[in-house]
Design a protein around this ligand. Structure first.
Ligand SMILES: [Zn+2]
Length: 188
């Protein structure tokens, strides 16, 4: 959920990509296309991140919120239907779990500050942008993109929604990391 009163220390996409790569390595997932995000939050993170706690909450308590993170105490709260969606392999819900992991890794209170400026925050200081970029880079790393030729390929192979795949492919295209024409159905 966007809170316009706070911002994070600035992070570029490249910095977030490097962090996502290191975390994939650390979790022994660097060559895995379809990351088992449920196994990650149920087993791997409690083992590798001391104090990590997954808190599945019911719809009545969470309301419209799909999830939230409390980085200082390493708690990841996920709405039950979102968790079930992730278990069933639903791309959007899988993404939410890793978005919250992004908050846990990036947004300890010592990296956050109150915003003085008004208006739209700069993307690279916006914690929601940072968490989305983390999730996209973690779930769809550039190292595994070669040979994939359509949005559907990317969505199926990495277990993400078509819209998340499209956003990430456009980011890679803009940076020149994939060639125009590699992804046949990417709207230009
Ligand atoms: Zn968020």
């Amino acid at each position: 959920m966007t809170d316009l009163s706070v911002e994070a220390l600035p992070l570029s996409r490249k910095q977030i990509r490097e962090l996502a790569r290191r975390i994939r390595d650390y979790l022994d997932q660097s060559t895995v296309y379809y990351i088992d995000v449920v196994r990650l939050v149920e087993f791997t993170l409690p083992e590798k991140f001391a104090g990590f706690l997954l808190d599945i909450q019911n719809k009545a308590d969470m309301g419209k919120n799909h999830g939230y993170a409390q980085p200082d105490v390493r708690v990841m709260a996920i709405r039950e239907d979102v968790y079930e969606g992730a278990c069933a392999g639903r791309g959007r819900d899988r993404f939410t779990l890793i978005h919250e992991l992004g908050h846990l890794l990036l947004h300890n209170s010592d990296r956050m500050r109150n915003r003085r400026a008004t208006g739209k925050p700069k993307a690279y200081c916006d914690p929601e942008w940072q968490a989305n970029v983390f999730a996209a880079e973690f779930l769809m790393p550039i190292e595994l993109m070669s040979g994939l030729a359509s949005i559907t390929d990317v969505a199926v192979k990495f277990g993400v929604s078509r819209s998340a795949a499209t956003v990430q492919l456009n980011a890679y295209l803009k940076e020149g990391l994939i060639k125009k024409g590699q992804i046949k159905d990417l709207p230009s």
